[in-house]
Write a protein that binds this ligand. Structure first.
Ligand SMILES: [Zn+2]
Length: 286
């Protein structure tokens, strides 16, 4: 599942679309049939409402947590198209669908945005956990309403530590809680394991048993793995691909995730925490 760095990289790779108009939208038969059967496949709103993106202009493309959003304007009306890549979603900019080289992504396209440049922005999703929807205001979208500040914001570190120090989270497992966007947005299963190893904190430790100083260190290590991954072009594991179909190489820098031994040669343990497989070292982490 793409985490913050992968979504940020997808967002950056779409920058060339800013200023273009969406001339037309084509939906796959899977999306259309899903909607006919009251399943909101990919498009998480009534199709007629979604189609107001036709003839809109792309003003900007931004990211919040693991969501990417397009600022659109249509008839002087400003609105947002929000996208979550789910487990295996991807955007491709092509002149023709055939240019998507990976068969699975070519086959499983779900939305085609035909652009004023003659290009097509294609949303493909093999497992169909991804989401696209339009909203008028951020207040209409619950995940944004309750989201902690972005890690790049000045207030983020203090917010992270103080929120974790509140009574409400004292019994939470640290691994599970840092994957909650109310604490810090964008940390998924991989970067949670990596940041915890780098800060020497056991993922099974309860928040109340971790000092303020160690929580501050954990925040710094989350930032460190995010930045490392951004510089490495993201992680390419399972189904994530960048817009150009290229692979990142952050997976070669993993210390514990998917590894047999930690960098110091100790055997890695795994345990399911918060329904996700967690990797850690009982010698380096306490
Ligand atoms: Zn170790």
């Amino acid at each position: 599942m793409p985490e913050l760095p992968e979504v940020e990289l997808v967002k950056r790779s779409l920058t060339s679309l800013i200023g273009l108009e969406i001339k037309d939208v084509v939906l796959s038969q899977t999306v259309i049939n899903g909607h006919k059967n009251n399943r909101l496949t990919i498009v998480k709103e009534n199709i007629d409402d979604f189609l107001k993106v036709r003839n809109s202009k792309i003003i900007n493309i931004k990211r919040r947590g693991k969501y990417m959003y397009f600022e659109l304007i249509n008839d002087d009306e400003m609105f947002y198209m929000i996208s979550h890549l789910g487990m295996s979603g991807g955007f491709f900019i092509v002149d023709h669908l055939d240019e998507i080289t990976e068969t699975n992504y070519k086959k499983h396209w779900h939305v085609q945005f035909k652009l004023s440049s003659g290009q097509i922005l294609v949303y493909s999703d093999i497992r169909r956990f991804g989401e696209i929807r339009t909203i008028k205001n951020f207040d209409d979208f619950l995940p944004f309403k309750n989201m902690a500040p972005e890690y790049t914001e000045e207030t983020a570190k203090n917010y992270f530590v103080e929120t974790l120090k509140s009574k409400r989270y004292e019994n939470s497992y640290i691994k599970a809680i840092i994957m909650d966007s109310k604490i810090i947005p964008g940390v998924g299963n991989i970067y949670a394991s990596e940041a915890l190893y780098r800060s020497g904190i056991l993922p099974t430790r309860r928040v109340k048993n971790i000092s303020r100083k160690r929580l501050e260190l954990l925040f710094d290590k989350i930032v460190e793995v995010f930045e490392l991954s951004l510089n490495a072009g993201g992680s390419t594991i399972s189904d994530y691909r960048s817009t150009s179909g290229e692979s990142g190489n952050m997976q070669t820098k993993f210390t514990v995730y998917g590894q047999k031994y930690c960098p110091l040669g100790h055997e890695i343990k795994t345990k399911v925490i918060g329904q996700r497989n967690t990797y850690y070292c009982t010698k380096c982490q306490r």
